[in-house]
Design a protein around this ligand. Structure first.
Ligand code: ATP
Length: 641
């Protein structure tokens, strides 16, 4: 009877494993890089990925990124090596038990003793491996999550910057194919892309490298390669209907899992678009809820609850319809995966048990065959099981890429050419404004305003007054011509009818668009008193939803406060006193004139009372016609025919 001999020479295994890890790391790094380059070159989503975040991996600061990735890869490879060692340790444990039991059965103390010693040694090895395994798992989690976080910070910064750059966040509404919900793309899709595992949000508890698509994939491939060698070694010849099939377990397992994976891909394919639509419909529903919250007062005054409810139901319906299809497809996909995973379990036992009975292999070999087989099938099925995660991942890449493209298209839209002036004047030359349908709103307009001039733009509703201001602010893409104006920071201010009220305390609200802290509190209080808001002077620290707290009239007084704080050389005001009574309007305009006598003020207004504060008038007459001239001058300059 044979004495127990361990499967590996454990004494030299530390050194051998270190060499194995180093070699496998180098091979995995080279192969992964090559595959990623190929994906980046030859797949659409690879190109899209690179366009979104390539700079993170290629910029000057990318050395740290690559070093970090190298460390994560080392963790992955170490994990695979540990799995291999665990499988040998398991073999030793069971085989040593078998030898010990056989020794007892034949009353051979030598055989029994060798089995017993083997058993205790294997348990000791298990303790060492388990300790390393735990440390590796924790390090793995830390390394990966910190990598994801750093990448997410970078990408969020890049995409918010890109969205704000060139006023793309506004102008993207005018591109041919406007995108939906950029907010959701920035907030949640970046999370998916950086975390790298499909539809789950980025939570630290979600696991280490094995749960990500890239490192899970690398780990799967490394497992397949290393366990295949073991399986090859453990496989025997199968005789079936007189045909000898060498290495039967290896070949049968491989063919089985490959066929199963191909069919799973076929079943799972529609999941990509179902996941994409799921996000899209949910985002639209969420946006409608946010809008309702924002417009709560207006809706409540209208008693618009019934209309809102049916609107929300209408938006929720596609979520449900899509979800049902998504669910059905996922059930089919899972049904296939579960069936495949379960039906393969008995295969190694079926193939190896006859060899055990024939004493060709030991008990440990049988159980190791099963565990090795399981590892290989797990590795191969990683790609099958991760398919819906990959679907979600690809959908997130498509959405982020859509945002990047939309931003770029928005920036490429035409706009009025703006040139800096040196003398503080404003000059328009051949500024023509059209509606999106091509209708001419304002025929080519030439105009000059000197330092201290004031202009009121008047005309019936819909003639294009606001659109003229949009054009001069380089927001409106359907306009041509040249504007010369002071171009230094905050030298020219555009104010919309209802001023924007940012989140935060009242200090931030009054200082906007300046940064909080740019102006000292005493100056802020002084300005608030001047614009007839003395009741707010003691509330600068208060954090409120000020857009809802301040009345429209108070908000318009805040806008005047901002002008006085910023002291622009030119201020364009769109119906800036529409919510104020005439008395307040008078005070505020007088205040601006006395505090900023050199500022050129351009006001759009319907009110006849506004005219008295201006030296010139531009009257829009409809169908593109206009009249420009000094106020009180009957002979106003007609538009050229
Ligand atoms: N985003 C848009 N898409 C399509 N048409 C637009 C858009 N914005 C404005 N228009 C159209 O351009 C024309 C001019 O609008 P604008 O708001 O400039 O008029 P206005 O003179 O300022 O009107 P009001 O005095 O009522 O404020 C209108 O016919 C309007 O419907």
């Amino acid at each position: 009877m044979e004495l127990f001999t361990p499967t590996l020479d454990w004494d030299s295994e530390v050194w051998k494993s270190l060499v194995w890890i180093a070699e496998a790391w180098a091979i995995a790094a080279v192969c992964t890089l090559a595959i990623l380059v190929l994906i980046g070159l030859f797949t659409t989503w690879g190109r899209q990925f690179w366009r979104i975040t390539g700079a993170y991996f290629s910029g000057p600061g990318s050395v740290k990124v690559w070093l970090w990735l190298g460390a994560v890869l080392l963790s992955v490879i170490t994990g695979v090596r540990l799995d291999v060692l665990f499988s040998y340790q398991g073999n030793d444990m069971l085989s040593s038990l078998q030898v010990a039991v056989q020794g007892i059965a034949v009353h051979d103390p030598q055989v029994k003793g060798s089995g017993e010693r083997g058993f205790w040694t294997s348990l000791w090895i298990f303790c060492v491996l388990a300790a390393i395994h735990i440390v590796r798992l924790l390090l793995d989690l830390f390394l990966l999550q910190r990598f994801v976080l750093a990448w997410r910070v970078w990408l969020t910064d890049r995409l918010t910057g890109d969205w704000l750059d060139g006023r793309a966040y506004y102008r993207s509404r005018f591109i041919d194919d406007p995108i939906d919900n950029p907010d959701q793309r920035i907030q949640s899709d970046i999370d998916l892309v950086t975390a790298g595992y499909g539809s789950l949000p980025n939570l630290p508890s979600n696991g280490g490298t094995s749960s990500t698509l890239l490192f899970g994939g690398i780990s799967a491939v490394a497992s397949i390669v290393s366990f295949t060698a073991i399986l090859w070694h453990l496989s025997g010849t199968l005789s079936l209907f007189g045909v000898e099939l060498p290495k039967a377990m290896f070949w049968i397992g491989l063919v089985y899992v490959l066929i199963a994976s191909v069919i799973a891909f076929w079943i799972g394919r529609p999941i990509i678009w179902l996941a994409f639509r799921n996000e899209k419909f949910n985002a639209a529903f969420r946006y409608a809820l946010v809008r309702l919250r924002d417009a709560a007062e207006a809706v409540a005054f209208y008693r618009g609850e019934i209309a809102e409810r049916s609107g929300l139901r209408r938006l929720f319906a596609p979520i449900v319809a899509n979800y049902k299809r998504y669910l059905n497809r996922t059930i089919g996909f899972n049904a296939w995966n579960y069936a495949i995973s379960q039906s393969i379990v008995p295969l190694p036992y079926l193939l190896q048990a006859p060899r055990l009975f024939a004493a060709e292999i030991r008990l440990g070999d049988l159980t190791q065959s099963a565990s090795v087989f399981n590892e290989i099938q797990g590795g191969l099925s990683f790609f099958r099981n991760a398919y819906d995660a990959f679907a979600g991942y690809r959908a997130a890449i498509i959405r982020l890429h859509g945002l990047v493209v939309a931003n770029e298209e928005a920036r490429a839209l035409p706009e009025v050419t703006t040139l800096p002036c040196v003398d503080g004047t404003v000059q328009l030359s051949a500024v023509e404004v059209r509606a999106p349908d091509g209708r001419q709103l304002i025929r080519p307009l030439d105009m000059r305003l000197d330092v201290g001039d004031t202009l009121v733009v008047t005309g019936p509703s819909g003639t294009g007054k606001t659109t003229l201001l949009r054009s001069l602010a380089e927001l409106w893409p359907f306009s041509t011509g040249t504007l010369t104006r002071p171009c230094g920071p905050n030298e020219t201010m555009f104010l919309s009818q209802l001023p924007y009220v940012p989140l935060g305390d009242l200090r931030a609200v009054v200082t906007y668009p300046g940064q909080e802290g740019d102006v000292d509190d005493e100056s802020l209080r002084d300005i608030l008193r001047k614009v007839m808001l003395p009741h707010l002077v003691d509330r600068l620290d208060e954090v409120q939803d000020w857009a809802k707290v301040l009345s429209p009239g108070e908000q318009q007084r805040i806008a005047f406060a901002r002008i006085l704080l910023t002291k622009p050389k030119v201020a364009f005001l769109d119906e800036s006193t529409s919510a104020l009574d005439e008395h307040l309007e008078f005070i505020l305009y007088r205040l601006v004139r006395s505090e900023l006598p050199d500022t050129i003020v351009v006001s759009v207004s319907h009110r006849s009372t506004v005219k008295q504060h201006h030296t010139h008038e531009l009257e829009l007459l409809g169908r593109g016609e206009w009249r420009f001239g000094p106020l009180g001058d009957d002979e106003q300059e007609p538009a050229p025919a």
